[in-house]
Design a protein around this ligand. Structure first.
Ligand SMILES: O=C(O)CCC(=O)C(=O)O
Length: 275
């Protein structure tokens, strides 16, 4: 059942994003952080580089987040009742590291058309100005896709360092979330994030994205899960959901899905970056 209020929907329509939306308790957010730390300790290579993508294929904890009914109710308010999970990414910003996310529009490089999709950013830790929360440039979703320059900066958390230039910082706003809260942003909004100046990790789990069943992938191939409703378009290969952590079959599926994702992200790029 769609649950965004008319005020929240107006925010999404006018500004290009809506936040904060309460989803998880602090305790639940902490359990997800613990799952990340457990995987990192037991399988140290699993979540680095390209491995930051699609953790929901190998972890029932993350799978459960993608199918969380509070998130889906909010998403349904924006894209309708037939919803697919089109992929996920962990955006982890280490403390005392120069990691940042350049200004960009998701629609520029994700390849989902038409734009009946929304990116859900779930704060696993608090996300604020000190630790490099996302900053949004409200209203830019109403304009066209801008030119992006591939910068390949080693500290940029985006694959190819794609950057919209000359963004006026004063016109951007911080998207402050406490652990367990969610924001939803439009494919066209210009956004990015700065340095983590705190002494702990900033973690965002991003469902990138929830797509309507009428949305095709025009650059490459994507695997999907049915999150709600029914898929009468059948544009994509549907996958099953994990029932245990790191099962062999799921690991193989995730490798396949991430290889396909990499082809999409580096389509037409002059070289590959580390993600
Ligand atoms: O986590 C961040 O700082 C940026 C993430 C992002 O660009 C996105 O979710 O679209």
């Amino acid at each position: 059942m769609p649950t965004l209020t008319p005020k929240q929907l107006k925010q999404y329509k006018d500004l290009g994003y809506v936040a904060p939306i309460d989803i998880l308790s602090l305790e639940e957010a902490k359990e997800i952080k613990t799952e990340i730390e457990y995987i990192e300790k037991k399988w140290p290579d699993e979540l680095i580089g390209l491995g930051r993508n699609n953790i929901h294929y190998i972890s029932p904890v993350f799978d459960k987040v993608c199918h969380n009914s509070k998130i889906l109710d909010a998403v349904e308010s924006i894209i309708g009742k037939d919803i697919l999970v089109g992929g996920t990414t962990l955006f982890i910003k280490e403390p005392d590291n120069k990691g940042f996310v350049s200004w960009h529009q998701d629609a520029k490089y994700i390849g989902f058309e038409p734009h009946n999709w929304v990116t859900a950013w779930l704060a696993i830790t608090d996300s604020n100005e000190e630790n490099g929360c996302m900053r949004m440039w409200p209203g830019t979703h109403k304009e066209k896709i801008r030119a992006h320059k591939d910068r390949f900066d080693k500290y940029n958390l985006l694959t190819r360092g794609q950057t919209v230039q000359n963004v006026p910082l004063k016109d951007t706003v911080p998207n402050i979330l406490r652990a367990g809260q969610l924001s939803l942003h439009n494919p066209m909004i210009v956004h990015g994030s700065g340095l983590n100046k705190s002494n702990s990790r900033r973690i965002g789990f991003v469902i990138q994205s929830y797509i309507g069943t009428n949305v095709d992938q025009v650059i490459g191939k994507v695997y999907v899960q049915q999150a709600r409703g029914k898929d009468s378009f059948n544009y994509h290969e549907h996958t099953k959901r994990p029932i245990e952590l790191m099962s062999k079959e799921d690991v193989v599926l995730r490798i396949k899905a991430n290889k396909e994702l990499s082809k999409i992200f580096y389509n037409d790029a002059s070289k590959k970056g580390k993600y």
